[in-house]
Each structure stands twice: as C-alpha cells, then as structure tokens.
Design a protein around this ligand. Structure first.
Ligand code: HEM
Length: 475
C-alpha cells in the first residue's frame, strides 16, 4: 500500500488524504512500483493498481471474469445511485457499438445541425473581448448535441430535458462522493437524509415522465422496423433503436433511466475535453494560426464538413491528443472488478472481488515513454504520423488506445462513444477557431494563467470558476 507518510500514519487518515492528494499518492506508487503493483487506499475501498504490462493479457479476459460495468456501479455505490440495473444488460454499450459508430456520418450530420443551433442560442458574439464561462457554454452545447442523437429533434429542444441532463451527473457525483466519506454501515441512514440523493431520484422520475410517452409511441408504431433499417437510419435516434432492441414489452422506466446514464457518460466527459482544448489553445496561442490554416486549406466547406473531412485534420487531432495527455479526466483508468479469482501468467494472483485499475495519468507523463513529457507539444503525434507508413497512420490518432495511452480505457471495454466524441469536439473547435478570437483573462497581477486542474479522489476537473475572453473575429 502506498502513500503513508510514516509507519505510524493511521490508514483512515491516508484514505482521507487520498481525496485531495490522489495525484501525489499515485505518482509515488508509480515511481516505485510501476513494473509490478501497489494498493491505493480510497475512503470507500482499496484499489489494486497494476502495471500496464498486464494489460494485454487482461484485455483478453471476458466481461464475466473482469468487468468494467461492475467497477462503475461499485464506484457509484450501486443501489444508492440507482445504477445496479446497468449490470443486467449492456444495451447502452451495444447501442453505441452497433448503431451510433457504424452510422457515425449520419449522426454527425445531426450533431452539426444542433451545434449550429447552439451557436445561435448559447454563445455570445461580442465585438470586444468579453469574459465567457466556456465550461458552462460547452456543457449546454454538448447536452443539446448528445440529446439530438440520443432522443431526437423534439426532446433535444426541451429545456426541461436539457436541464435534467446537466443536473443528473452533479447530483450523482455529489451523492456518491458524500456517501463514500462515511463507513458503509451508515449508508442506509445517509441515503435517507441526503438531499442530493432525493434530487437524483427526482431526476430519474422526471426522465421517466418525459420519455415514457415517446417510448410508448415508438412501441405502438411497431418500431422494431428500425432494426431492419440499421444501415440507413434517416429518422431513428438511439432511443428508438433501444426500444426496438428491447422488444414490445420493454419497460419504459428502464429505457428512460438507461438514456440518462448514457447522457451522464457522454456530456461532462466531452465538454470537459473540449473546454480543456480551448484553455490549451489560450495558453499556447502559437497553435491557433497553423490550426486555422489546416482547416482552411484542407476543408472545402469547414462549417459543413463530413467525417472524412475531419479525418484529414491531423494537426487538430494531434493537438487534441496532447491536450488529453495534459488533462486526463481520471488518474486511474481503466478500472475493473474481478468476478472470479484470476491468475496471471507470471503467477500474480487477483482474488475475486478485487477492484483493479491502471495508472493512466502517470503513464502519460512518464519520461521513459514520452520525450520531454512536461512540454506541451501540440504537434507531437502529427510528426509521428507523418513518419509512419500509410496503413499505420491511425496508430497515433486521438481515439486509438494502447497500453501507454489509456485516456479512453483499453480493450474490448474501452469507451464505445469515443469516435463520436472526438468528431464532435473537432466540429466544435473548427467553429471556435474560425469564428472567434479567444484568450485567458489577466488576473490582478496582470498575468494570464491557464486554469488549474483539481482532483477529488482519482477524478480530475478544471477549475469551475475558470473563464476565457472571446470576441468575434474582426477580419
Ligand atoms: C472525451 C470524451 C470521453 C472520454 C474521455 C471518455 C472516457 C471513457 C473511459 C475512460 C471509459 C472507461 C473505459 C474502460 O473501462 O476501458 C468510458 C466508458 C464509457 N463511455 Fe466514454 N468517454 C468520452 C465520451 C463518451 C461519449 C460521447 C459517450 C456516448 C456517446 C460515451 C459512452 C461511454 C460508455 C457507455 C461507457 C461504458 C462502457 C462499458 O460499460 O463497457 N463516452 N469512457
């Protein structure tokens, strides 16, 4: 177990220190034991952090032995966040793998329509530099875009639904975080007292109320047709696919809740990646001109570009990959729970019930893996891609996972929404780069500093008070 300040430090104190000092504690374990394993003492449970040398072997194990959804539900405290139903089937993953990703071009077209609408609704267009809460703006924009793809044109314009999508993750995070600070014995009492858990329950009931008539309508129209038309999803949204996939007697309540959990997985992760990219552009403005040039040179119609057009933007992809390296959403990823005893080829034993994790953030800053890791080098991956043979160029793209790059997890259970997320972020950045000038505001000492990143346990997030200044481009 790592992180103890002395032999006498009580374990409970270490567990509390992990809340705010997770980064140092994990780095300490990584520096000493990166080729084997170490234990992290989190308030609610222990995590066995394994060397990434085990990843290739573990990646081949089926979900019935090593499960990511069990890890997610455990982190969310199961029934206390009403999330245990996710263990019963993996429809929220299949809908992304079997419907969203194979039809990405169609769904990106819809995403772009909603993004255009959001640029008219949510973003100020001042002529002079004006402070903007960019994180809030992007959360709203991405909630709109995700909702358009998940639940369709009508519901995505429903302000109540959008508010719900933004509130639900906050209530869930607050509930689980507060409860994890107390021993499990007290959880049943806390669950009754916590207002955030009451609001969480209300969010789920609201989702049920808003979506049930739509789900019933799909069921009545015999929406099973959608499955037959999977390659040309002119109309269907993800909810329709899920209704069809569930059969005629599906419970609208479960479907509504699953969509809300899907929004949870997609909105804050994507908006935080997009916000961080904009903060990085402000902190490294030397990248703005070459990125604008790439967009203007390679895209015939930048604001109406296709998936193929986006694939040509290697510099933008590289910049985003470097921004990911500096701003991972989580310090320990992927996480899994062993559902059986597991013996690895070198004899390492993992007993049933163990939560395991990989030191993803430490790997991204390891000087043995990344040259000058402390330097923000936005075209690092672009240079590597230029050196590769044509068939290999995707090896360094932002969505490709490997054992040293675990931003989106790894293996069969890696993030199934990453292809959509990456293209969505690129479309948003193209708009920002072509329409606006932006910069960091100066503080009282006249300095413009990139906003800090905070951690709570292994979760990372940018300073929620951070702002940028932006104006419509003058030329
Ligand atoms: C930049 C944005 C995003 C980041 C950084 C991110 C990151 C991750 C990570 C690290 C995992 C765990 C993977 C593993 O355990 O190996 C994950 C899982 C997941 N992500 Fe994402 N994600 C993003 C966007 C999205 C989007 C847009 C969607 C939906 C369209 C989505 C849906 C999911 C789902 C459903 C899972 C659970 C997969 C499972 O249970 O097998 N994510 N994501």
């Amino acid at each position: 177990a790592v992180g103890y300040r002395s032999l006498w430090e009580p374990t409970l104190l270490l567990r509390f220190r992990f809340i705010t000092s997770s980064s140092n504690i994990i780095q300490d374990g990584y520096n000493r034991l990166k080729n084997s394993s170490f234990i992290i003492k989190r308030l609610d449970s222990d995590l066995l952090v394994l060397s990434n040398k085990y990843l290739e072997e573990l990646r081949l194990l089926p979900n019935s032995k090593l499960s990511n959804v069990h890890a997610q539900v455990k982190n969310m405290l199961g029934d206390y966040s009403y999330s245990t139903f996710l263990l019963h089937n993996d429809q929220h993953v299949r809908v992304l793998q079997n419907y969203l990703t194979p039809n990405l071009s169609t769904f990106l077209g819809r995403a772009r329509e909603e993004m255009d609408y959001s640029f008219t609704q949510d973003i100020p267009r001042p002529d002079r530099f004006t402070e903007v809460d960019i994180q809030k703006v992007l959360q709203t924009m991405i909630a709109r875009i995700s909702s358009r793809v998940f639940v369709g044109r009508v519901t995505c314009r429903n302000e109540e639904w959008l508010k719900l999508c933004l509130e639900f993750p906050l209530n869930l995070f607050a509930t689980t975080f507060i409860m994890r600070m107390f021993p499990p014995l007290l959880h049943p009492i806390l669950a009754l007292l916590l207002p955030t858990r009451y609001w969480l329950r209300r969010n789920l009931l609201d989702a049920e109320r808003l979506l049930t008539p739509i789900i019933k309508d799909h069921q009545e129209r015999g929406i099973t047709q959608v499955l037959g038309q999977i390659t040309t999803p002119e109309k269907a949204d993800l909810l329709e696919w899920m209704v069809a996939d569930s059969g005629p007697n599906a419970d609208p309540k479960t479907l509504a809740q699953r969509i809300l959990f899907l929004s949870l997985a997609s909105i804050h992760s994507t908006s935080s990646a997009a916000s961080n990219a904009i903060f990085d552009l402000c902190a490294h403005p030397e990248y703005i001109a070459p990125l604008r040039e790439e967009i203007q040179t390679l895209l015939p119609d930048p604001k109406h570009c296709s998936k193929q057009d986006l694939n040509r933007l290697w510099k933008l992809d590289s910049f985003l990959k470097e921004s990911q390296r500096f701003n991972p959403p989580i310090l320990l990823s992927p996480q899994r729970v062993a559902l059986t005893d597991i013996q690895l080829s070198d004899g390492t034993r993992i007993s049933k019930g163990t939560s395991i994790a990989f030191p993803s953030a430490a790997l991204l800053m390891d000087p043995n893996l990344v040259e000058n890791p402390e330097t923000f080098d936005g075209f690092r991956a672009h240079r590597k891609r230029m050196e590769l043979r044509p068939g290999e160029v995707f090896r360094h793209s932002m969505v490709t996972t490997d054992k040293d790059h675990l931003y989106f997890g790894h293996g069969k259970q890696a993030c199934p929404g990453r292809f959509f997320a990456a293209n969505e972020i690129k479309m948003i950045l193209i708009w920002f780069l072509l329409e606006f000038d932006f910069r960091l505001p100066q503080n009282s000492q006249g300095e413009a500093r990139r906003p800090k990143t905070f951690t709570i346990d292994e979760m990372c997030f940018a300073d929620p008070r951070a702002k940028i200044e932006m104006r419509v481009q003058s030329s």
